[in-house]
Design a protein around this ligand. Structure first.
Ligand SMILES: [Zn+2]
Length: 96
């Protein structure tokens, strides 16, 4: 999930501030600040939240399940519980 940064922008002159100000220090306008949310990109820069890409939903029957590489644990009972063995790259917590 993208991190969201909130800034306040003067409606009159575009002055940006990290906190809400009653009076703009740049153009001396009162109550001109509005809240703007910026989404943090992976490269550390910020872009306007509305411009961020939204994930496209895909139909369930169009999603192909990849066959997992399973490694036998050597314990038949455990292999059966795990569906044939431990999946490569996965972590299984065992407790008795
Ligand atoms: Zn201003």
């Amino acid at each position: 999930m993208a991190k969201i940064k909130t800034i306040f922008v003067c409606n009159s002159c575009g002055y940006e501030s990290a906190k809400w100000l009653g009076k703009c220090p740049a153009c001396n306008e009162w109550n001109s600040f509005y809240e703007e949310k910026l989404a943090k990109n992976s490269d550390g820069s910020f872009s306007e939240g509305k411009k961020t890409k939204s994930a496209k939903p895909s139909k369930l029957n169009s999603v192909e399940g990849k066959e997992a590489v399973r490694t036998s644990t050597g314990v038949g009972e455990l292999d059966r519980v795990l569906g044939g063995g431990i999946v490569k790259g996965s972590l299984v917590l065992l407790r008795r």
